[in-house]
Design a protein around this ligand. Structure first.
Ligand SMILES: NC(=O)c1ccc[n+]([C@@H]2O[C@H](COP(=O)([O-])OP(=O)(O)OC[C@H]3O[C@@H](n4cnc5c(N)ncnc54)[C@H](OP(=O)(O)O)[C@@H]3O)[C@@H](O)[C@H]2O)c1
Length: 326
């Protein structure tokens, strides 16, 4: 089969299409003929050598989410059959014509959703569901802030928070991105290059914040939080070394938490898959959660897709297509 391989750590040009063996499945796994694979910021970090693949997945093929149809099932698989359309969260190896997925990390694709749109969902939906609703315990009527609202994580968090009844705040980098997040129903938006969000919202009292920026945002987030507020980290691109005034944590009874999805075990991911099937899949099937795919690149142009992501102009998701239909 053809796969997009990280030939060495470096710029987008190190991604090259290479002939490799079709992977073999285990008893609890399915083999998926890939129709499309989502492109995520962590793929860029992996390509640069800053985000190694966990054990048991191809170390040199990026890709954390795929959609396609099942061509083979393991002896213990009971929920899926050959021919079923599935989307899956995978530990790596997604930029390939065939991918092995755990049965417990597969979801059926609703009839109205294409492979390209389905492939844009798992990484963001799993990350947002766990961090915003399970760790952050966001409830209806609360105020929720997500930084970087126009990216894959951001637009997913905005929509789910709105659908579950929160008042939603976000930061974005341009006027075009303001229009995009407004179209998703966001209540308050700041262009972070034009204004200081901590100044603009200092009277608000935010209940839950999802942050991947860190650095100088950390103390601003702490100051914005309400009593009993929850601050959830999923990355810290501006730096993870921060200083914290513990008295603010005590005075406001704050919870500071965070997580990384990729390294978690199958028990955790299987439980999360069930929660998403119950709470989020119906919203995708009935069209209340709208997938936003900014651009689809043929998989042979994976380097271009990474260049496009690094340029930072995208709104919503970037996807690789393998030209498969079912
Ligand atoms: N922990 C986990 O399990 C996990 C899982 C998935 C992703 N992540 C992390 O989540 C982050 C988002 O991933 P993604 O795939 O959604 O990437 P993405 O599509 O590139 O989105 C990142 C967004 O952040 C915005 N941004 C950059 N600097 C900012 C700043 N100073 N203030 C506010 N917004 C800023 C960018 O847009 P602007 O042009 O508006 O700046 C962009 O829209 C990444 O850091 C990724 O590594 C973590």
């Amino acid at each position: 089969m053809k796969a997009v391989v990280i030939t060495e750590f470096g710029g987008p040009e190190v991604l090259q299409v290479v002939e490799v063996s079709v992977p073999e499945i285990g008893a609890t796994q399915v083999l998926v003929k890939v129709g499309a694979a989502g492109v995520n910021r962590p793929d860029v970090f992996q390509r640069k050598g800053n985000y190694p693949a966990p054990q048991g997945v191809p170390a040199d093929i990026p890709g954390l989410e795929i959609a396609g149809y099942v061509v083979e099932i393991g002896s213990a698989v009971s929920s899926f059959r050959v021919g079923d359309r599935v989307m899956a969260l995978v530990g790596g190896g997604g930029y390939a014509e065939y991918v092995v997925a755990e049965e417990g990390c597969c979801l059926p694709i609703p009839a109205n959703v294409s492979f390209e749109h389905a492939a844009s969902l798992p990484e963001n939906v799993y990350t947002v569901w766990h961090n915003v609703f399970e760790r952050g315990r966001l409830c209806a009527g609360e105020k929720f802030l997500v930084h970087g609202g126009s990216g894959g994580i951001g637009y997913t968090a905005i929509q789910l928070a709105k659908l579950f009844g929160a008042e939603v705040f976000t930061t974005v980098g341009s006027r075009r991105k303001v229009d995009f997040v407004r179209s998703l129903g966001v209540d308050h938006v700041v262009q972070y290059r034009e204004a200081d969000f901590a100044e603009v919202w200092k009277q608000e009292g935010i209940d839950v914040i999802l942050d991947s920026i860190g650095g100088a945002y950390f103390d601003k987030n702490i100051c914005l939080l309400n009593e009993e507020g929850r601050l959830v980290y999923i990355n810290a691109v501006d730096g993870g070394q921060v200083s914290l005034n513990l008295f603010k944590v005590m005075q406001k009874r704050l919870v500071l938490t965070g997580s990384t999805l990729r390294a978690r075990d199958m028990v955790f991911k299987g439980r999360l898959t069930q929660a998403i099937e119950k709470h989020v899949l119906p919203l995708i099937a009935n069209g209340r959660f709208v997938t936003s795919v900014d651009r689809v690149f043929p998989y042979e142009q994976a380097s271009e897709a990474h260049r496009y992501m690094e340029a930072g102009q995208h709104v919503g998701k970037i996807v690789l297509s393998f030209g498969v239909r079912l």
